[in-house]
Design a protein around this ligand. Structure first.
Ligand SMILES: *Cc1c(COP(=O)(O)O)cnc(C)c1O
Length: 355
């Protein structure tokens, strides 16, 4: 049924109870640590009807089967755990810092070998796929907003026999569906756009490979990085408006990217042409960037992204952010407010910097 429907309709309609008299319209919050014996669920760590409702929607949106996790990094860790002892993992040098820290930690313990690449250099990435067990990428990358050629890299990785994983947190399944572009596994920090209100931590994995799904489900059962039931319900509620939020955030971001490029305080604007994240590099560097984050009044100085409210931060304030990310780079997570108010607030703060 969901195959014939457009994404906006899937976001609204999937994962609901059957249309029958006295059924609620929404999946209830099922608080249960155990179930009466003899069925499929048996115990709270193995499954929950509220997770299933959310997984039905997220899976339908990405075009695969979905498993949800306690956080994006729990999902990342579960996927990286697929790599056999000593296996090679190819990943972008500019990735989410938590992913980079996990790779470094696994490498330091001799679990894997990490090969960090410039994900925009398709030929170099293809060459790095040689003997790799897993090829990981983000596109757009966080926070440099570089784009990868997903189909070309997936083909090269498959030729080398590697599993292809895309972290699709920034694009969302509305703007990019990596499973259709050759990826084997998609990972999300559902904390960001999918939940969308900066009030839940949640992760998700999608795949079309039943064997991989079974292995990942087995790891979740055993390691226990399961989502909270209330968090799953909140994420499900958030997903119902995903298309509206992404549409507005993207329209605001495209508009702001253009206006920002003309401001004398800004050295560089990075906007990949889609999505709601814009990175700007302040002409005067880190101090100006820190000042900007303190001066805005609507824009909230905070880490994370993908919420309804606009936030900003200088990424290099985090020790784990690679030194190749400019010191004065501020990542803007554009929200769904009125763009004129967002611009006035930013412009006032920026004018102050050059005035
Ligand atoms: C935030 C983020 C993660 C980690 O997700 P958490 O929910 O914070 O654990 C992973 N990948 C990307 C691209 C992210 O932005």
């Amino acid at each position: 049924m969901t195959e014939d429907l457009r994404p906006a309709t899937v976001a609204v309609t999937a994962g609901r109870p059957p249309h029958e008299p006295d059924q609620p319209l929404n999946a209830p919050i099922t608080m249960a640590a155990t179930y009466v014996a003899g069925g499929d669920l048996e115990y709270g760590r193995y499954g929950n009807p509220t997770w299933t409702a959310l997984e039905d929607v997220l899976g339908a949106l990405e075009g695969g089967r979905c498993l949800t996790f306690a956080s994006g990094l729990a999902a990342v860790a579960t996927v990286l755990d697929l790599v056999a002892q000593g296996g090679i993992v190819v990943a972008p040098a500019h990735s989410y810092t938590g992913t980079l820290l996990q790779l470094a930690d696994l490498e330091a313990r001799g679990r894997i070998q990490a090969r960090l690449v410039d994900i925009t250099d398709t030929e170099a990435v293809a060459a790095a796929c040689d003997d790799a067990a897993l090829v990981w990428f983000e596109s757009p990358t966080n926070p440099a907003l570089e784009l990868a050629d997903i189909p070309a890299i997936a083909a090269a990785a498959h030729e080398a026999g590697a599993v292809v994983v895309v972290d699709n947190t920034f694009a969302t399944p509305l703007l990019q569906r990596p499973l259709e572009m050759g990826a084997d596994i998609v990972v999300h920090s559902a904390t960001k756009y999918l939940a969308g209100h900066s009030d839940v931590q949640m992760g998700a994995i999608m795949t079309n490979d039943d064997q991989v799904y079974g292995v990942l489900k087995g790891r979740r059962d055993l390691l226990g990085a399961i989502p909270g039931t209330f968090e799953a319900w909140l994420t499900l509620r958030g997903v119902r408006t995903l298309h509206l939020r992404v549409e507005r955030a993207q329209a605001n971001a495209a508009d702001l990217a253009e206006r920002l490029a003309a401001h004398p305080a800004i050295g560089e604007v990075r906007y990949p042409g889609f999505g709601g994240i814009v990175s700007i590099v302040l002409a005067e560097g880190a101090m100006a960037a820190d000042l900007l984050c303190r001066k805005t009044r609507l824009w909230i100085h905070a880490t994370s992204l993908g919420g309804v409210e606009s936030t900003l931060e200088r990424r290099r304030r985090w020790k784990a952010e690679p030194a190749t990310i400019p010191d004065g780079l501020v990542r803007l997570s554009v929200g769904i407010e009125d763009v004129e108010d967002l611009w006035r607030d930013l412009a006032t703060a920026l004018d102050d910097l050059v005035g």
